[in-house]
Design a protein around this ligand. Structure first.
Ligand code: CA
Length: 512
């Protein structure tokens, strides 16, 4: 076996390959495939396996990720500087031609051996944490919510040992907005659906002001008996002290009920796993995301649900996803969400090239096409059974496309609204992303990051690039880790360190 350095091809048809060595490759390095490097090529970046004429297609994942904007020598460093972006797939010309996934990953009997310990709710959903969620109808009361959450944590939580946490579900909506504009449905249903996320056990607690446009009653589900609403402007309260005392009393009632929740064995079909990536690099698509895709297939085969999202990171690979739609209706819904987002970006005079960040590019991702091809790997190979709009709740078990922006915090917020009870987050550059409402497993795409951030990353998928693990081994490992975290047996890094991001609403509607 050659001890010359190797590079990683994602697909047999690729004419570029990715440098896995943490220190990069020096010029004049002879690779084990015979190619000699012509320049220094950093980790995660692409080496030309062939010589390219100007305008020749550059192929990765078996797909064209760009065109050479000049003649490129074999062994040269390929980055966004020497390529141009291909056209996005024309949504009007994509025809639904279904393919059925052929691969089976696990025997049904083997999957049936797995379960997790969750909190069963009256509405049939299952929590993985036991949390008092305190939402509000308007941003005016965000300061009060902070005050209450802090006081509940200090004074009440110690009396209710079965409750994990109290969290504020603050947002910047509720008034000063065109509440009847068609797009207002997105933030409103997001706020409504987050309040009934399975981890809050149906104990909906709403703090309102009293004069806001978004009426607190709208946030409470129709059939919810135990929900409570407190208005700051309630004339019964004289001064802040009385308001706080009233709200603390209400909080105590909810905590008493939450404290009675107990973990019980639950089947995988009760899992709703939100998959997301952020701070991606060129490894994301060959290590972390395919492992997530493998785990996703296992969950779906066992009857569970997986959400994948991030419209702008799916748009350029949508032609590969349409054939996986379970039926024509799902295919049309997927195309409709892509079109809606194209128009949304056009209104803001932006286009898809706005997506890759400077960090993505430094990590070797040259174009949005390359990023998208790596991004969709986390959806695995299962059929897509439904498409849900931003802020909508999951309707159908199985693999769902939840149409959300790619922004980490907006996507996470919308996946929470969809009913996610576990979150898996892939990163290559490194981000401390975390949510207090749901456990977030962070998967590192390369070992250099995972080692440096040993206490921030939960799983090192970079071992696939170094040859220490296969995608299947890593995928099974992630699947088992999801169950342990969902059961409360393993605490993820973001919860251990208390690193939690704020919710960020997606509001495509106008302000007033
Ligand atoms: Ca993201």
């Amino acid at each position: 076996m050659s001890n010359q350095p190797f590079v990683i091809k994602a697909h047999p048809d690729d004419n570029v390959a990715v440098v896995p060595q943490a220190e990069g490759l020096l010029p004049d390095t002879r690779l084990n495939n015979g190619v000699v490097t012509k320049a220094y090529i950093p980790m995660g970046h692409k080496v030309a396996l062939v010589a390219f004429a100007k305008n020749a297609p550059i192929v990765r994942y078996g797909q064209i990720i760009g065109y050479a904007n000049e003649a490129i020598e074999q062994g040269a460093w390929i980055s966004e500087r020497n390529m141009t972006l291909p056209q996005a797939p024309d949504l009007d010309r994509i025809v639904y031609q279904p393919v059925r996934p052929s691969g089976t990953f696990a025997a049904k009997a083997k999957l049936n051996e797995y379960s997790f310990q969750g909190y069963k709710n009256k509405d049939g959903s299952v929590g993985t944490k036991n949390v008092l969620g305190i939402t509000n109808s308007v941003q005016c009361v965000a300061g009060l919510t902070d005050y209450i959450v802090d006081k509940v944590k200090r004074e009440l939580l110690p009396k209710f040992p079965n409750v994990d946490d109290a969290v504020g579900l603050q947002h910047a909506y509720g008034c000063g907005v065109a509440i009847h504009a068609p797009a207002a449905i997105v933030p409103i249903r997001t706020i409504q659906n987050i309040a009934v996320n399975p981890n809050f056990g149906g104990e909906v607690m709403v703090l309102g002001l009293g004069c806001e446009k978004l009426r607190p009653e709208r946030i409470v589900p129709d059939n919810e008996q135990g929900a409570s609403i407190t208005y700051m402007q309630d004339p019964a309260f004289e001064g802040f002290g009385e308001m706080v005392a009233g709200i603390m009393q209400t909080a105590e009632q909810h905590l008493k009920k939450l404290n009675q929740r107990k973990r019980e064995p639950c089947p995988i079909s009760d899992l709703v796993v939100g998959m997301q990536c952020g701070g991606s690099d060129a490894f994301s698509g060959i290590t972390a995301n395919p492992s997530a895709g493998f785990a996703s297939d296992l969950i779906v085969q066992a009857g569970g649900s997986v959400l994948f999202s991030e419209v702008t990171e799916v748009r350029d690979a949508v032609h590969l996803l349409i054939p996986r739609a379970a039926n024509e209706k799902v295919a049309q819904a997927l195309l409709r969400e892509m079109k809606w987002y194209d128009d949304y970006l056009a209104q803001g005079q932006a286009d898809r090239s706005a997506n890759p960040s400077p960090g993505n590019k430094k990590g070797g991702l040259s174009t949005i096409v390359e990023k998208a091809l790596g991004s969709i790997a986390k959806s695995g190979t299962s059929p897509i059974v439904d498409v849900i709009g931003p802020g909508e709740k999951l309707r159908t078990k199985g693999l769902n496309f939840a149409a959300t922006p790619a922004s980490d915090f907006v996507c996470g917020t919308l996946q929470l609204a969809a009913g996610m009870n576990m979150h898996v987050f892939m990163t290559g550059r490194g981000t401390p992303y975390g949510l207090s409402m749901v456990p977030v497993i962070k998967v590192g795409s390369n070992s250099s990051l995972s080692k440096r951030w040993f206490d921030l990353i939960d799983l090192d998928a970079g071992k696939i690039a170094t040859g220490e693990k296969t995608i299947a081994e890593m995928g099974w490992g992630l699947f088992e880790l999801i169950l342990k975290v969902a059961s409360g047996e393993v605490t993820v890094a973001s919860d251990r360190l208390g690193l939690h991001n704020d919710l960020v609403l997606f509001n495509p509607g106008p302000l007033t």
